[in-house]
Design a protein around this ligand. Structure first.
Ligand code: UT7
Length: 314
Protein backbone atom coordinates (compact mmCIF):
# COMPACT_ATOMS: atom_id res chain seq x y z
CA UNK A 1 0.00 0.00 0.00
CA UNK A 2 1.18 3.50 -0.86
CA UNK A 3 0.34 7.01 0.29
CA UNK A 4 -0.63 9.08 -2.73
CA UNK A 5 -1.21 12.81 -3.13
CA UNK A 6 -4.84 13.04 -4.31
CA UNK A 7 -4.90 16.84 -4.68
CA UNK A 8 -3.37 20.08 -3.46
CA UNK A 9 -4.66 23.49 -2.38
CA UNK A 10 -3.32 26.86 -1.34
CA UNK A 11 -4.04 30.20 0.27
CA UNK A 12 -2.08 33.44 0.08
CA UNK A 13 -3.05 36.62 1.97
CA UNK A 14 -4.35 39.52 -0.11
CA UNK A 15 -1.68 42.02 0.96
CA UNK A 16 1.41 42.12 -1.30
CA UNK A 17 4.49 43.75 0.23
CA UNK A 18 7.31 44.51 -2.23
CA UNK A 19 10.97 45.05 -1.39
CA UNK A 20 10.50 48.73 -2.19
CA UNK A 21 7.61 48.83 0.30
CA UNK A 22 9.99 47.60 3.04
CA UNK A 23 12.60 50.24 2.14
CA UNK A 24 9.89 52.90 2.03
CA UNK A 25 8.98 52.02 5.64
CA UNK A 26 12.44 53.15 6.72
CA UNK A 27 14.20 49.76 6.78
CA UNK A 28 17.86 50.12 5.73
CA UNK A 29 17.58 47.84 2.70
CA UNK A 30 16.97 47.99 -1.04
CA UNK A 31 15.15 46.06 -3.73
CA UNK A 32 18.51 45.44 -5.43
CA UNK A 33 20.10 43.88 -2.31
CA UNK A 34 17.14 41.62 -1.52
CA UNK A 35 16.81 40.42 -5.13
CA UNK A 36 20.52 39.79 -5.58
CA UNK A 37 21.10 38.06 -2.24
CA UNK A 38 17.80 36.12 -1.97
CA UNK A 39 15.80 36.23 -5.23
CA UNK A 40 12.82 37.57 -3.28
CA UNK A 41 10.80 40.30 -5.03
CA UNK A 42 7.64 40.39 -2.94
CA UNK A 43 5.83 38.48 -0.23
CA UNK A 44 2.25 38.22 1.11
CA UNK A 45 1.59 39.44 4.62
CA UNK A 46 -1.57 38.39 6.50
CA UNK A 47 -3.97 41.18 7.39
CA UNK A 48 -7.11 41.45 9.48
CA UNK A 49 -8.94 38.16 9.77
CA UNK A 50 -6.20 36.18 8.01
CA UNK A 51 -4.90 33.88 10.73
CA UNK A 52 -2.92 30.65 10.54
CA UNK A 53 -6.12 28.64 11.06
CA UNK A 54 -8.13 30.60 8.48
CA UNK A 55 -5.33 30.32 5.91
CA UNK A 56 -4.93 26.61 6.65
CA UNK A 57 -8.67 26.02 6.35
CA UNK A 58 -8.83 27.87 3.01
CA UNK A 59 -5.94 25.81 1.61
CA UNK A 60 -7.53 22.61 2.92
CA UNK A 61 -10.92 23.52 1.43
CA UNK A 62 -9.33 23.97 -1.99
CA UNK A 63 -7.46 20.65 -1.73
CA UNK A 64 -10.73 18.87 -0.85
CA UNK A 65 -12.54 20.51 -3.77
CA UNK A 66 -9.76 19.60 -6.20
CA UNK A 67 -9.85 16.01 -4.92
CA UNK A 68 -13.63 15.96 -5.40
CA UNK A 69 -14.09 14.95 -1.77
CA UNK A 70 -16.50 15.97 0.97
CA UNK A 71 -15.04 16.80 4.42
CA UNK A 72 -16.52 13.54 5.71
CA UNK A 73 -14.02 11.62 3.60
CA UNK A 74 -11.10 12.91 5.71
CA UNK A 75 -10.03 10.79 8.69
CA UNK A 76 -7.20 12.93 10.09
CA UNK A 77 -5.98 16.53 9.96
CA UNK A 78 -2.34 17.51 10.47
CA UNK A 79 -1.25 21.15 10.43
CA UNK A 80 2.48 21.78 10.25
CA UNK A 81 2.95 25.20 11.79
CA UNK A 82 5.20 27.32 14.00
CA UNK A 83 2.62 30.08 14.39
CA UNK A 84 -0.56 28.61 15.90
CA UNK A 85 -3.36 31.12 16.48
CA UNK A 86 -3.38 30.08 20.13
CA UNK A 87 -0.85 28.29 22.31
CA UNK A 88 -3.48 25.59 22.63
CA UNK A 89 -5.46 23.78 21.35
CA UNK A 90 -3.88 22.78 18.07
CA UNK A 91 -4.59 24.74 14.89
CA UNK A 92 -5.62 21.42 13.37
CA UNK A 93 -8.74 21.15 15.54
CA UNK A 94 -9.81 24.65 14.44
CA UNK A 95 -9.32 23.60 10.83
CA UNK A 96 -11.17 20.33 11.44
CA UNK A 97 -14.16 22.26 12.83
CA UNK A 98 -14.04 24.98 10.15
CA UNK A 99 -14.08 22.42 7.33
CA UNK A 100 -16.62 20.07 8.94
CA UNK A 101 -14.22 17.13 9.12
CA UNK A 102 -15.73 14.52 11.48
CA UNK A 103 -13.99 13.48 14.74
CA UNK A 104 -10.67 11.72 14.21
CA UNK A 105 -7.03 12.55 14.89
CA UNK A 106 -6.21 16.25 14.51
CA UNK A 107 -2.93 17.72 15.70
CA UNK A 108 -0.19 20.23 14.93
CA UNK A 109 3.33 19.28 13.99
CA UNK A 110 6.27 21.53 14.83
CA UNK A 111 9.30 21.14 12.58
CA UNK A 112 9.37 24.76 11.35
CA UNK A 113 10.28 24.94 7.63
CA UNK A 114 10.61 21.14 7.41
CA UNK A 115 7.07 20.64 8.73
CA UNK A 116 5.43 19.56 5.49
CA UNK A 117 8.02 16.85 4.75
CA UNK A 118 7.82 15.67 8.38
CA UNK A 119 4.03 15.68 7.99
CA UNK A 120 4.18 13.53 4.88
CA UNK A 121 6.01 10.83 6.82
CA UNK A 122 3.62 11.06 9.79
CA UNK A 123 0.59 10.92 7.46
CA UNK A 124 2.11 7.94 5.65
CA UNK A 125 2.53 6.22 9.02
CA UNK A 126 -1.11 6.88 9.95
CA UNK A 127 -2.18 5.40 6.63
CA UNK A 128 0.17 2.41 6.83
CA UNK A 129 -0.98 1.52 10.36
CA UNK A 130 -4.62 1.75 9.34
CA UNK A 131 -5.32 4.71 11.65
CA UNK A 132 -6.53 6.72 8.65
CA UNK A 133 -7.26 6.19 4.98
CA UNK A 134 -7.25 9.87 4.06
CA UNK A 135 -5.22 12.59 5.75
CA UNK A 136 -5.50 16.32 5.14
CA UNK A 137 -1.94 17.64 5.56
CA UNK A 138 -1.50 21.40 5.67
CA UNK A 139 1.58 23.58 6.04
CA UNK A 140 0.51 27.00 7.30
CA UNK A 141 2.44 29.85 8.84
CA UNK A 142 1.90 33.47 9.67
CA UNK A 143 5.63 33.95 10.13
CA UNK A 144 5.25 37.75 9.90
CA UNK A 145 4.04 37.58 13.52
CA UNK A 146 7.49 36.34 14.60
CA UNK A 147 9.53 38.98 12.78
CA UNK A 148 11.49 41.84 14.23
CA UNK A 149 10.59 44.43 11.61
CA UNK A 150 13.68 46.48 12.52
CA UNK A 151 16.06 43.56 11.75
CA UNK A 152 16.84 43.72 8.04
CA UNK A 153 18.72 40.42 8.28
CA UNK A 154 15.49 38.48 8.91
CA UNK A 155 12.34 40.52 8.20
CA UNK A 156 12.89 40.80 4.44
CA UNK A 157 13.05 37.02 4.05
CA UNK A 158 9.66 35.75 5.15
CA UNK A 159 6.02 35.79 4.05
CA UNK A 160 2.71 34.26 5.10
CA UNK A 161 0.57 31.55 3.48
CA UNK A 162 -0.73 28.00 3.54
CA UNK A 163 -0.50 24.95 1.30
CA UNK A 164 -2.41 21.69 1.61
CA UNK A 165 -2.49 18.15 0.27
CA UNK A 166 -5.06 15.39 0.55
CA UNK A 167 -3.14 12.15 1.08
CA UNK A 168 -4.81 8.79 0.60
CA UNK A 169 -4.13 5.08 0.67
CA UNK A 170 -3.53 3.76 -2.81
CA UNK A 171 -2.46 0.60 -4.62
CA UNK A 172 -0.27 2.68 -6.92
CA UNK A 173 2.81 4.69 -5.81
CA UNK A 174 2.84 7.29 -3.98
CA UNK A 175 5.43 8.18 -1.46
CA UNK A 176 8.50 6.19 -2.56
CA UNK A 177 11.05 7.06 0.11
CA UNK A 178 11.65 9.67 2.78
CA UNK A 179 14.26 10.59 5.38
CA UNK A 180 13.92 13.01 8.30
CA UNK A 181 16.65 14.58 10.44
CA UNK A 182 17.11 17.02 13.27
CA UNK A 183 20.25 18.23 15.05
CA UNK A 184 19.43 20.19 18.18
CA UNK A 185 23.06 21.22 18.66
CA UNK A 186 22.59 23.71 15.82
CA UNK A 187 19.50 25.37 17.27
CA UNK A 188 21.35 28.68 17.68
CA UNK A 189 21.41 29.28 13.92
CA UNK A 190 17.66 30.00 13.75
CA UNK A 191 15.25 30.26 16.66
CA UNK A 192 12.59 32.40 18.35
CA UNK A 193 13.91 34.23 21.41
CA UNK A 194 10.83 33.47 23.48
CA UNK A 195 7.98 31.07 24.10
CA UNK A 196 5.21 30.21 26.59
CA UNK A 197 7.47 28.00 28.73
CA UNK A 198 10.31 30.49 29.08
CA UNK A 199 9.61 34.19 28.55
CA UNK A 200 5.86 33.91 28.36
CA UNK A 201 6.07 35.80 25.09
CA UNK A 202 5.98 34.64 21.49
CA UNK A 203 9.53 35.77 20.76
CA UNK A 204 11.08 37.01 17.54
CA UNK A 205 13.01 35.10 14.89
CA UNK A 206 16.80 35.28 15.23
CA UNK A 207 19.13 33.94 12.56
CA UNK A 208 22.82 33.48 11.79
CA UNK A 209 22.31 33.83 8.04
CA UNK A 210 25.59 32.85 6.37
CA UNK A 211 26.13 29.70 8.48
CA UNK A 212 22.50 28.69 8.01
CA UNK A 213 22.96 29.18 4.27
CA UNK A 214 25.81 26.65 4.20
CA UNK A 215 23.86 24.17 6.35
CA UNK A 216 20.81 24.50 4.09
CA UNK A 217 22.79 23.74 0.93
CA UNK A 218 24.69 20.77 2.31
CA UNK A 219 21.80 19.18 4.22
CA UNK A 220 19.16 19.50 1.49
CA UNK A 221 21.52 18.25 -1.22
CA UNK A 222 22.65 15.29 0.90
CA UNK A 223 19.20 14.20 2.06
CA UNK A 224 17.80 14.76 -1.43
CA UNK A 225 20.38 12.40 -2.92
CA UNK A 226 19.87 9.90 -0.09
CA UNK A 227 16.14 9.76 -0.81
CA UNK A 228 16.56 9.46 -4.59
CA UNK A 229 19.00 6.60 -4.02
CA UNK A 230 16.58 4.92 -1.61
CA UNK A 231 13.73 5.30 -4.11
CA UNK A 232 15.92 4.13 -7.00
CA UNK A 233 14.43 6.96 -9.02
CA UNK A 234 15.48 10.15 -10.81
CA UNK A 235 13.57 13.33 -10.08
CA UNK A 236 11.44 14.83 -12.84
CA UNK A 237 10.95 17.85 -10.57
CA UNK A 238 12.63 19.17 -7.46
CA UNK A 239 10.34 21.08 -5.11
CA UNK A 240 12.66 22.56 -2.49
CA UNK A 241 12.03 24.71 0.53
CA UNK A 242 11.92 28.30 -0.67
CA UNK A 243 14.28 30.32 1.52
CA UNK A 244 16.74 31.81 -0.96
CA UNK A 245 17.17 31.31 -4.72
CA UNK A 246 20.94 30.99 -4.21
CA UNK A 247 20.39 28.07 -1.83
CA UNK A 248 18.01 26.44 -4.32
CA UNK A 249 20.48 26.88 -7.20
CA UNK A 250 23.33 25.41 -5.17
CA UNK A 251 21.22 22.40 -4.13
CA UNK A 252 20.15 21.78 -7.73
CA UNK A 253 23.76 21.98 -8.89
CA UNK A 254 24.90 19.45 -6.28
CA UNK A 255 22.08 17.10 -7.29
CA UNK A 256 22.97 17.56 -10.97
CA UNK A 257 19.45 18.71 -11.79
CA UNK A 258 18.95 21.74 -14.11
CA UNK A 259 17.01 24.73 -12.74
CA UNK A 260 14.43 24.15 -15.52
CA UNK A 261 13.32 21.11 -13.44
CA UNK A 262 13.18 23.00 -10.15
CA UNK A 263 9.98 24.69 -8.96
CA UNK A 264 10.62 28.12 -7.44
CA UNK A 265 8.12 30.49 -5.85
CA UNK A 266 10.57 32.37 -3.62
CA UNK A 267 10.42 35.50 -5.81
CA UNK A 268 6.71 35.94 -5.13
CA UNK A 269 6.21 34.35 -1.71
CA UNK A 270 9.51 34.73 0.15
CA UNK A 271 10.05 32.06 2.80
CA UNK A 272 6.63 30.90 4.04
CA UNK A 273 8.08 28.32 6.46
CA UNK A 274 5.93 25.14 6.58
CA UNK A 275 3.77 26.46 3.72
CA UNK A 276 6.68 26.84 1.33
CA UNK A 277 6.86 23.32 -0.16
CA UNK A 278 3.09 22.71 -0.44
CA UNK A 279 2.62 26.18 -1.99
CA UNK A 280 5.29 25.40 -4.59
CA UNK A 281 3.84 21.92 -5.18
CA UNK A 282 0.39 23.40 -5.66
CA UNK A 283 1.63 26.10 -8.04
CA UNK A 284 3.35 23.52 -10.28
CA UNK A 285 0.44 21.04 -10.11
CA UNK A 286 -2.16 23.74 -10.83
CA UNK A 287 -0.35 25.13 -13.89
CA UNK A 288 0.30 21.66 -15.32
CA UNK A 289 4.10 21.58 -14.98
CA UNK A 290 3.92 18.67 -12.57
CA UNK A 291 2.11 15.77 -14.22
CA UNK A 292 0.64 12.56 -12.83
CA UNK A 293 3.17 9.72 -12.87
CA UNK A 294 6.19 12.01 -12.53
CA UNK A 295 8.68 11.66 -9.67
CA UNK A 296 9.00 14.66 -7.37
CA UNK A 297 11.77 15.33 -4.90
CA UNK A 298 10.62 17.44 -1.96
CA UNK A 299 13.52 18.73 0.16
CA UNK A 300 13.30 20.90 3.25
CA UNK A 301 15.50 22.52 5.87
CA UNK A 302 14.63 24.76 8.77
CA UNK A 303 15.10 25.74 12.37
CA UNK A 304 16.01 22.98 14.80
CA UNK A 305 17.92 22.41 12.74
CA UNK A 306 15.51 20.08 10.99
CA UNK A 307 15.78 18.75 7.48
CA UNK A 308 14.38 16.01 5.33
CA UNK A 309 13.29 14.92 1.90
CA UNK A 310 10.68 12.78 0.23
CA UNK A 311 10.51 11.19 -3.22
CA UNK A 312 6.93 11.04 -4.42
CA UNK A 313 5.36 9.55 -7.54
CA UNK A 314 2.72 12.18 -8.22
O1 UT7 B 1 13.97 28.73 6.41
C1 UT7 B 1 15.15 28.32 6.99
C2 UT7 B 1 16.24 28.45 6.06
N1 UT7 B 1 16.70 29.82 5.96
C3 UT7 B 1 17.82 30.01 5.35
O2 UT7 B 1 18.38 29.04 4.91
C4 UT7 B 1 18.43 31.39 5.24
C5 UT7 B 1 19.90 31.23 4.96
N2 UT7 B 1 20.64 32.46 4.85
C6 UT7 B 1 20.50 33.32 3.81
O3 UT7 B 1 19.66 33.14 2.94
C7 UT7 B 1 21.48 34.45 3.69
O4 UT7 B 1 22.53 34.25 4.60
C8 UT7 B 1 20.84 35.85 3.98
C9 UT7 B 1 19.90 36.21 2.84
C10 UT7 B 1 20.09 35.80 5.30
C11 UT7 B 1 21.94 36.90 4.06
O5 UT7 B 1 22.68 36.91 2.84
P1 UT7 B 1 24.27 36.89 2.89
O6 UT7 B 1 24.71 36.97 1.50
O7 UT7 B 1 24.67 35.69 3.70
O8 UT7 B 1 24.61 38.26 3.60
P2 UT7 B 1 25.32 38.52 5.01
O9 UT7 B 1 24.45 38.10 6.14
O10 UT7 B 1 26.72 37.98 4.96
O11 UT7 B 1 25.41 40.08 4.97
C12 UT7 B 1 26.17 40.79 3.97
C13 UT7 B 1 25.95 42.26 4.17
C14 UT7 B 1 26.12 42.72 5.62
O12 UT7 B 1 26.68 44.00 5.59
P3 UT7 B 1 28.25 44.21 5.84
O13 UT7 B 1 28.52 43.63 7.22
O14 UT7 B 1 28.93 43.46 4.76
O15 UT7 B 1 28.40 45.68 5.78
C15 UT7 B 1 24.71 42.82 6.11
O16 UT7 B 1 24.57 43.73 7.17
O17 UT7 B 1 24.60 42.59 3.80
C16 UT7 B 1 23.99 43.31 4.89
N3 UT7 B 1 22.57 43.01 4.89
C17 UT7 B 1 21.66 43.72 4.21
N4 UT7 B 1 21.78 44.80 3.41
C18 UT7 B 1 20.67 45.28 2.87
C19 UT7 B 1 21.93 42.00 5.54
N5 UT7 B 1 20.61 42.05 5.29
C20 UT7 B 1 20.43 43.12 4.48
C21 UT7 B 1 19.28 43.68 3.87
N6 UT7 B 1 19.45 44.76 3.07
N7 UT7 B 1 18.05 43.19 4.05
Amino acid sequence: MFTRIAATGHFLPAQVVTNDDLAARGLDTSDAWIRQRTGIERRRIAGGGETTASMAAAAGREALARAGLEPGAIDAVIVATTTPDRTFPATAVEVQAALGVPPGPAFDLQAVCSGFVYGLVVADSLIKTGAARRVLLIGADRFSALLDWTDRGTCVLFGDGAGAAVLEASDTPGLLAARLYADGRKTGLLYADGGPGSTGTVGKARMVGPELFREAVSSMAAVGQEVLDAAGAAADWVIPHQANIRIIEAVAQRLGIPMARVVTTVANHGNTSAASIPLALHAAAADGRVQRGQTLLLAAMGAGLTWGAAAVRF
